[in-house]
Design a protein around this ligand. Structure first.
Ligand code: KIV
Length: 288
């Protein structure tokens, strides 16, 4: 008899969720079918257990544990200080929510740029320790060796081209990419090179809608846009932007669906008033 293979916490959780009647686990095959069927893919970032549960309950297809966590959760002024330890820690929290949506762990700056071997080891940590089901890397042709090595190790890889925030210093700021014909052509080449290296999906960030359309219609794999117009196969936003929790700046491509910063301030001011005035706790909050 072959040895019994132990399910990871995420697999076990997904099986339990399926038994409870939750939707089936989103796989890369499902995402491919969605592209073919013209069904838009919904991706959102998640960095912790409660928001991962809420995103999953809302039916989100992909939960990205993005390295934006460095800015919107940890208070850094870019994604560059984010480490593997941060990413593993937050990916674990998201995977404890046992979502039906696919969990993608972002590979932080310097975790995949030095050698393909290091890239595989670090991608493996996000899967083995964090519970990620896929990883995401930023860059085009120059990272294809790392993509191939990670995909050969059996780990699904999502690419990310256009505005790649880990290259902010090289790009000279957070600017729209691919505006001139040569840069647009480079992006199309990058997209195809990533597909041929084994990526199962691509994030297109801050590029003209026409360039995103050209990529989307010429690659077989799904594209997920952020500031890349309406023609992508799916859309992603940073959770704290769409919920109005991150107020330091709001990129043009963000639509806010809530003002959680405002309602949080209002709630905390009400609590502070109640404590200071003696209105809290009431009899109903006290033990006899
Ligand atoms: O880290 C992140 O949140 C991302 C998204 C902006 C796609 O890469």
């Amino acid at each position: 008899m072959p040895p019994k293979v132990q399910a990871t916490p995420t697999q076990a959780g997904a099986a339990a969720n399926a038994a409870e009647g939750a939707r089936p686990k989103v796989s890369r095959a499902k995402l491919g079918e969605m592209k073919k069927g013209g069904e838009r893919i919904v991706m959102v970032t998640a960095y912790d257990y409660p928001f991962a549960r809420l995103a999953d309950a809302a039916g989100v297809d992909i939960l990205l544990v993005g390295d934006t966590l460095g800015m919107v959760v940890l208070g850094f002024d870019s994604t560059l200080p984010v480490t593997m330890e941060h990413m593993v820690h937050h990916t674990q929290a998201v995977s404890r929510a046992r979502p039906s949506g696919m969990i993608v762990g972002d590979m932080p700056f310097m975790s995949y740029q030095v050698t393909a071997e290091e890239a595989v080891r670090n991608a493996g940590r996000l899967v083995q320790e964090g519970g990620a089901e896929a990883v995401k890397l930023e860059g085009g042709e120059r990272i294809c060796a790392a993509v191939e090595a990670i995909a050969s190790a059996g780990i699904p890889v999502m690419g990310h081209i256009g505005l790649t925030p880990q290259a902010v210093h090289q790009l000279g700021g957070y600017r729209v990419q691919g505006r001139d014909p040569a840069a647009a052509e480079r992006l199309v080449r990058d997209a195809h090179a990533l597909q041929e290296s084994g990526c199962f999906a691509l994030v297109l960030e801050a590029i003209p809608a026409s360039v995103a359309q050209q990529i989307t219609t010429t690659v077989r794999i799904p594209t997920i846009g952020i500031g890349a117009g309406p023609h992508c196969d799916g859309q992603v936003l940073v959770l704290h932007d769409l919920l109005g929790l991150f107020e330091e700046f709001v990129p043009k491509f963000v639509r806010r669906y809530a003002d959680l910063a405002g309602s949080t301030r209002t709630a905390l001011e009400a609590f502070a008033d109640d404590v200071r005035s003696g209105r809290f706790p009431g009899k109903e909050h006290s033990y006899g």
